[in-house]
Ligand binder design. Sequence first.
Ligand code: GUN
Length: 282
Amino acid sequence: MSAQLIDGNALSRQLRADVAQRAAALGVRGITPGLAVILVGDNPASAVYVRNKVKACAESGLHSVLERHEASMTQAELLARIDALNKDPSIHGILVQLPLPGHIDDHAVIEAIAPDKDVDGFHVASAGALMVGEQGFKACTPYGCMKMLESIGRKDLRGQHAVVIGRSNIVGKPMAMMLLAANATVTVCHSGTADLAHHTREADIVVAAVGKRNVLTADMVKPGAVVIDVGMNRNDEGKLCGDVDFEAVKHIAGWITPVPGGVGPMTITMLLVNTIEAAERG
Ligand code: GUN
């Protein structure tokens, strides 16, 4: 293996220690940072994600409230809950776990969250703020990827070519905006891209965020490149794996994130960072 690992667990520990300190400082002022997590239905993966988020809050001294609702909850009922949480001064951040049951419009729900409590960074106001460089909450997964780049000395990306594979609203698009804000030259590739390898071979930084195994193979990577793997998939043996052919790419890349233990823990860490920031802003 020639690539160095970017360890999301180790970096998360450092960042979460800072969150815990900031939570303690707020405590002195009589403020307990509070996150409300809403889960609708019984998607097993979502149940695991929200449990991990709630656990991470407790470990960093943040107060969290987990609301579990039946899959039969109506959109109007969910919007009423969000309205109540928007007005609740003990709650600084609101997260509605996606996906929602089919009869509920994700977009309408996200837009109902007050932008100053939108710690997921999914609200149009948050996305727009990122686009024009104003203050707003950044989507947690791409924000975590940026922190990983910073941790290896890649904060100002002037002169570097970054290729993002995937164009979701949650990862691909905000990732491209954050890389651009850090002065990278950014290419966004997606299912309509004619020759993906042509682009990735030119990249100093590749972020794979498709949700499909082996999207990035060794022949597609420039020697020494930084490879960030946002994917969360299962292989034929049921083992967790990313979008990158890790075993082959690690011999070519200069830096690479593992799955698990890479971007995954960073997503939750940045949720804690956003929540503490929301509480500090008051
Ligand atoms: N579903 C998958 N990822 C996420 C996330 O980061 N936030 C929320 N709310 N739902 C998700």
